[in-house]
Write a protein that binds this ligand. Sequence first.
Ligand SMILES: Cc1cc2nc3c(=O)[nH]c(=O)nc-3n(C[C@H](O)[C@H](O)[C@H](O)COP(=O)(O)O)c2cc1C
Length: 127
Amino acid sequence: MRLWKLSYTSIAVAAGDQACADAHSICALAQDYNMLHGITGILTLHRGRFAQVLEGPETAVRQLMRRILADPRHHSIRIAADTPIVKRRYADWHMAFRDPKAFITDQLDDMLEQTAQVVSAMNATWH
Ligand SMILES: Cc1cc2nc3c(=O)[nH]c(=O)nc-3n(C[C@H](O)[C@H](O)[C@H](O)COP(=O)(O)O)c2cc1C
C-alpha cells in the first residue's frame, strides 16, 4: 500500500469563533477515526479558510477525503497536493490543530527538504 499525502484548502461555512470551535472539534473527533485508519496530519484555519494535510495509506486517505468533501461545514475545496510520499511528516499526530504560521512554516520546511533530497539524489547520480 502506497503512503500518500493529500492537502487542500476550503472555505469554512461558520464565521469567527464558531469556525475556530469547529476546527478544534473536528480535530478532537478525528482522533479515533484517523488512528484506526492510519491517518496523520494537521489542520489550520486562517481568514475563514481551512487548510489540511492528510497522510496515510492511499486508499484510507481517499476514503477520508470523500467524507470530508461531503461535510457541510465547508465548501469550495481546492486540492493543493495529491501525491505519494516516502515518509510521514506528521507521524505523531492523528490530527493536530496548528496555527497558520506554524502550518506554513512546516509546509515550507517540507518543500525545502524535498528540494534537498532531489539535489542529493542528482549529485549521487552525477558523481
Ligand atoms: C475541514 C475538515 C477537516 C476534517 N478532517 C477530518 C479528519 O481528519 N478525520 C475525520 O475523521 N474527520 C474529519 N472531518 C470530519 C468529516 O468530514 C466527517 O464529519 C467525519 O468523518 C464523520 O463522518 P460521518 O458523519 O459520515 O460519520 C473533517 C471535516 C472538515 C470540515
